[in-house]
Design a protein around this ligand. Structure first.
Ligand code: NCD
Length: 303
């Protein structure tokens, strides 16, 4: 089994099921182990919740955490991913949680690391596996099983690592995944079985739950979205679409209120957004225990 956590497809169904079950067990646990390891949070791209969530997870398990972001580090002086990984390993970090704008950064880091474990916290348009695990946990809490459940992913699909990880994991768990985006924000290839939905109104009508995504302008060539008002007209999730509906709403954050999603929906009875954030910490604790204390996994799962 590969120790690194690069993407959903690399870790496979068995480990995904195990991480979700472990996160649930940790959520119920009255006592937590102290792992006494050191974790570097190497965030080469902005982040609020993912970084704080990894930090909370690691510190609650007694790990020492060092966080650095590109501003103020040698990354500004042209340091490469390879340099950073070698340096962090030489200092002695046991795990490196990496966020980077290059879509192969996590895979590359994993090929360089000799003993530290690489955890992908989002690499370019590639994957964001812990986000998918926390989305799956949130949806499983809500529905019990995802077998046959319809999950629509609405927004900037093309640039979204969340879409790639979510589609892989939710499909693995038996959900039917639908996508909804303007043609220029669709990827050039959609895997078999993914349903294309023409606009947000029909996506909401079709779905049991919708994962709404932000327009990721930092990864976008200019001109892909003609105007925000055109985008909103067809692809924003609006309050009126949810009248009389039981659809659940998820969003990985950050939400751009009144662009991809009407602001009032964020705290409506449809929203699972705060639960996603809370579950994120349990998923990341599960990742740490799975990496550092494999012998404790069975203990947690049998309680
Ligand atoms: C996502 C990311 O960075 O990929 N956010 C997150 O991790 N909470 C989605 C996004 O930035 O839109």
């Amino acid at each position: 089994m590969q120790r690194h956590l690069v993407g959903i497809s690399q870790i496979g169904a068995v480990r995904c099921h195990r991480l979700i079950a472990l996160a649930r067990a940790i959520r119920q646990a009255s006592a937590l182990p102290r792992l006494d390891k050191s974790v570097a949070l190497a965030f080469f791209e902005p982040s609020t919740r993912t970084r704080l969530s990894f930090e909370a997870a690691a510190t609650r398990l007694g790990c020492r955490v060092a966080a650095f972001s590109s501003a103020g580090s040698s990354i500004e002086k042209g340091e490469t991913v390879a340099d950073t990984i070698r340096t962090l390993e030489a200092i002695g970090f046991d795990a490196i949680v990496l966020r980077h704008r290059a879509s192969d950064a996590a895979e590359h880091a994993a090929s360089i690391a000799k003993h530290a474990t690489i955890v992908n916290a989002g690499d370019g348009c590639h994957e964001h596996p812990t986000q998918a695990l926390l989305d799956a946990l949130t949806l499983l809490d809500e529905f019990g099983s995802l077998e046959g459940k319809r999950i629509a992913i609405i927004g900037d699909i093309r640039h979204s690592r969340v879409y790639r990880s979510d589609a892989a994991l939710l499909g693995m768990l038996g959900a039917i995944v639908g996508v909804c985006a303007p043609p220029l924000l669709m990827p050039s290839h959609l895997p078999d079985g993914i349903v294309q939905l023409p606009d947000a109104a029909s996506a909401i009508e079709w779905a049991d739950a919708a994962i709404v995504l932000r327009l990721q302008r930092e990864r976008m060539d200019s001109g892909l979205v003609p105007s925000l008002s055109d985008y909103r007209r067809r692809y924003a999730v609006r309050r009126e679409y949810l009248v009389g509906s039981r659809v659940r709403l998820l969003h990985p954050g950050p939400v751009n209120p009144d662009i991809e999603l009407d602001a009032v929906l964020v705290e409506s009875e449809h929203s699972l957004i705060q639960r996603q954030v809370s579950n994120g910490v349990f998923i990341r604790m599960a990742v740490m225990i799975d990496i550092f204390a494999t012998e404790l996994v069975e203990h947690f799962l049998s309680h």
